[in-house]
Design a protein around this ligand. Structure first.
Ligand code: IPM
Ligand code: MG
Length: 357
């Protein structure tokens, strides 16, 4: 198989972790006889430095013509004081919108090898922690109009709008139900329907879509309760479907309780456009350039890309297996280091995974 991948290393630790992920991609290509060509594109702070904006037109073009997009991370204190319209994060939001990547899949799973790092009591995680947050990514309060800042009644004010129409809700709900069918057949839709009008429409539409999936159990939770249930008993969740803002918050919570946020990949998918694959964690500017970052989430994002964008299941499984083997052999980066294990740098960790492939 030949595929063309647009690679956006981004800022902070982005270039380092991407370097290792690409080595793993190359190793998989050799092992299974595929050709993956890559093309680099700028996004975030590095794009601001080079072009004055966080999402150059050339990047959007490069992404559109690729078969898939790999992203490292964006942002850093150097760009925090810029005008909000050109902050690095705008690059990320912009590319999601430009490619209509409306479905963000964020799995939160416990790595058995890292059980000691899990933030929950053993009797709680003993019941299981294997869920996926399906977050709507191109609508809701992130993009709703009106949005802005100004003066109201003589006082400084800011405002945003949370809005969803039935099409936006139905298409993300379908992604969630389809995902559930390949898992434990449970969808929990999270909203704030006791307060928000937008949530009442959300719930109504999710229930309508649910009628097409009688084999999938559908439940609903208010977002505050969902946040609580996630730490109280995560085993009750299989697929969580929710809007952009709630999904942003709950996916951080879900991933951190596994104790290995540096380990978790994510996929952003749209209709007819290349998907974008990236680690869940950020650009960690404090450890950038020191060979300290954990490349495993980006390496696992490559696996997600192979599975979701190219339907290469065996190849994806091979990468995941190599990561598990590396952990079982006792190799750790600083973020997941435990007593008695062997501490490795970013490059050495990447090399171990390649070896285990
Ligand atoms: C995420 C991040 C982004 C978001 C930021 C960096 C714009 O927090 O991908 O979860 O809020 O979507
Ligand atoms: Mg977030």
């Amino acid at each position: 198989m030949h595929k063309h991948i647009c690679v956006m290393p981004g800022d902070g630790i982005g270039p380092e972790i991407m370097g290792e992920a690409l080595k793993v991609l190359k190793a998989v290509a050799d092992k299974f006889g595929h050709t993956f060509t890559t093309e680099n594109a700028l996004i975030g702070g590095s794009a601001i430095d080079a072009t004055g904006g966080p999402l150059p037109e050339a990047t959007v073009t490069a992404c559109r013509k690729a078969d898939a997009v790999l992203l490292g991370a964006v942002g850093g204190p150097r760009w925090d004081t810029l005008d909000p319209s050109i902050r690095p994060e705008k690059g990320l939001l912009g590319i999601r919108k430009a490619l209509s990547l409306f479905a963000n899949l964020r799995p939160a799973t416990l790595f058995p090898e890292l059980a000691g790092a899990c933030l929950l009591r053993p009797d709680i995680v003993g019941r299981g922690l294997d869920l996926i947050v399906v977050r709507e990514l191109t609508g809701g309060i992130y993009f709703g109009k009106p949005a802005g800042t100004g003066v109201r009644d003589g006082k400084r004010a800011g405002w945003n709008t949370m809005v969803y129409d039935e099409e936006e809700i139905a298409r993300i709900a379908r992604v969630a139900f389809e995902a559930a069918r390949k898992r434990r057949k449970k969808v929990c839709s999270v909203d704030k329907a006791n307060v928000l009008d937008v949530s009442r429409v959300w719930r109504e539409v999710v229930m309508e879509v649910g009628r097409d999936y009688p084999d999938v159990e559908l439940t609903h939770l208010y977002v505050d309760n969902a946040a609580m249930q996630l730490v109280r008993d995560p085993s009750q969740f299989d697929v969580i479907v929710t809007g952009n803002l709630f999904g942003d918050i709950l996916s951080d919570e879900a991933s951190v309780i596994t104790g290995s946020i540096g380990m978790l990949p994510s996929a952003s998918l749209g209709a007819g456009n290349p998907g974008l694959f990236e680690p869940i964690h950020g650009s960690a500017p404090d450890i950038a350039g020191q060979n300290l970052a954990n490349p495993l989430a980006t390496i696992l994002s490559v696996a997600m890309m192979l599975r979701h964008a190219f339907s290469l299941d065996a190849e994806a499984n091979a990468i995941e297996k190599a990561v598990h083997t590396t952990l079982r052999q006792g190799f750790r980066t600083g973020d997941i280091m435990e007593e008695g294990k062997t501490r490795l740098g970013t490059v050495e960790m990447g090399a171990r995974v390649v070896e285990n492939l």
